[in-house]
Write a protein that binds this ligand. Structure first.
Ligand code: PLP
Length: 391
């Protein structure tokens, strides 16, 4: 068949495939692999939440909902965010239910960015922010975060990167892949810079519940920040609901309304059965969620201790469910390390450079895997390092 690639828009042609997906194609072709790769809970969605979906089908809830999402769900989200971050949002016009946080990020970028506008993106970070920015002809500007700073975003690094075209700052904390969090004092140090430079913040708080040191703090809760922050959260991680595809955005009605305009023409609404399940998760799911978070915390320590024992230096993650150890003493780059580890020891991890160039020299290991698999993977990685360590 002749090539059709010349028909593809330039901006799409230039987008690299996701570094995570690229690697996973290799994993599915190999048998007996222990995967610490996918960023996904290993728990099945709690039974009472699944049941709520069955009942919704039984009652014949099979139609579209309001574009913004079911009013009862928006009410539960408003109550949840008030409890969680102490910020009040009106269910009438300040909350939009989306198809995962993925859609919410895309909508916000499309609603806010004009060609050439700059989006400040801390790195390493989740893979979709820079491509999402490029798709709307914006310019992603990396803000590097470092192991030595516990992967917090430093105010001087933010300030230096700001230009007259800077419009949006993404705050992806707790962070995928580093496990870094921003405490109240870290956020406070950014607030004046954000307000002085009139930035809008997209605060991706999808891992907020998975905070192991103190409580998650949202920048939206600081004076002067509520109306210039869009808070994203969802059900994928904390409630073990990745496949249901439900997330949401909370913020100023003008921005939520603009996002909803795009949402109504492209998606219409998130699926009603998943919205019904999400209502149940918020009404009765927090106890179950706490148990899962305690369990991740146990496995976080297990993986971290294991890495120390095999001589892999690793920042102690404070949130999310990833460790991000340095592999610099192997003498390999991240991609070679991951490919060889998969081939020789059948352990799948993700190269750190999938999360930005500054992730080179690191790998992402997800500890939402069984205790047995974590222990076995660490043992295999120990053998691998013993063979390959430099010097
Ligand atoms: N934001 C971050 C930081 C993530 O790590 C992920 C998924 O891994 C997403 C957003 C996407 O989440 P969702 O399943 O809600 O689309």
């Amino acid at each position: 068949m002749s090539s059709m690639s010349s028909y593809i828009s330039g901006v799409v042609q230039e987008l690299p495939p996701s570094g995570i997906r690229k690697f996973f194609d290799l994993v599915t072709q190999t048998e007996g692999v222990i995967s610490l790769g996918v960023g996904e809970p290993d728990f099945v969605t709690p039974w009472h939440v699944r049941e709520a979906c069955f009942y919704s089908l039984e009652k014949g809830y099979t139609m579209y909902t309001s574009n913004l999402g079911l009013p009862e769900l928006r009410e539960e989200i408003a109550a949840y965010e008030k409890r969680k971050i102490g910020v009040s949002y009106s269910p009438a016009d300040e909350i939009l239910v989306t198809v995962g946080v993925s859609e919410a990020v895309d909508l916000a970028l499309r609603a806010l960015i004009e060609p050439g506008d700059e989006v400040l993106v801390p790195e390493p970070s989740y893979v979709s922010y820079a491509p999402g920015t490029k798709l709307v002809y914006g310019k992603p500007v990396p803000l590097l975060t470092y192991d030595a700073d516990e992967y917090r975003l430093r105010p001087d690094i933010l300030e230096k990167a700001i230009t007259p075209r800077s419009k949006v700052l993404i705050l992806p904390f707790p962070n995928n892949p580093t496990g870094g969090i921003m405490k109240a004092e870290d956020l406070q140090a950014l607030v004046d810079i954000i307000i002085k430079n009139d930035l809008i913040v997209l605060s991706d708080e999808i891992y907020a519940e998975l905070t192991y040191e103190g409580e998650h703090v949202s920048i939206a809760s600081f004076p002067g920040m509520r109306d210039r922050t869009i808070v994203f959260n969802g059900f994928s991680k904390a409630f073990a609901m990745t496949g249901w595809r439900i997330g949401y955005a909370c913020g100023h009605p003008d921005i939520i309304n603009a996002m909803n305009k795009i949402h109504q023409y492209t998606i219409m609404c998130a699926p009603i059965m998943a919205q019904m399940a999400a209502i149940e998760a918020l009404r009765h799911g927090e106890g179950e969620m706490r148990k899962m978070v305690d369990n991740y915390n146990y496995r976080r320590k297990l993986m971290l201790n294991g890495f120390t024992q095999i001589g892999l230096s690793c920042f102690e993650p404070r949130g999310a469910f990833y460790c991000f150890p340095s592999i610099k003493n192997s003498g390999m780059n991240s991609e070679d390390f991951c490919e060889k580890l998969l081939k020789e020891e059948k352990v799948a991890v993700v190269p750190g450079n999938a999360f930005g160039n500054c992730g080179e020299g690191y790998i992402r290991c997800c500890y939402a895997a069984s205790v047995g698999n974590i222990e076995e993977a660490i043992e295999r990685m120990g053998h691998f390092l013993a063979r390959h360590r430099k010097g």
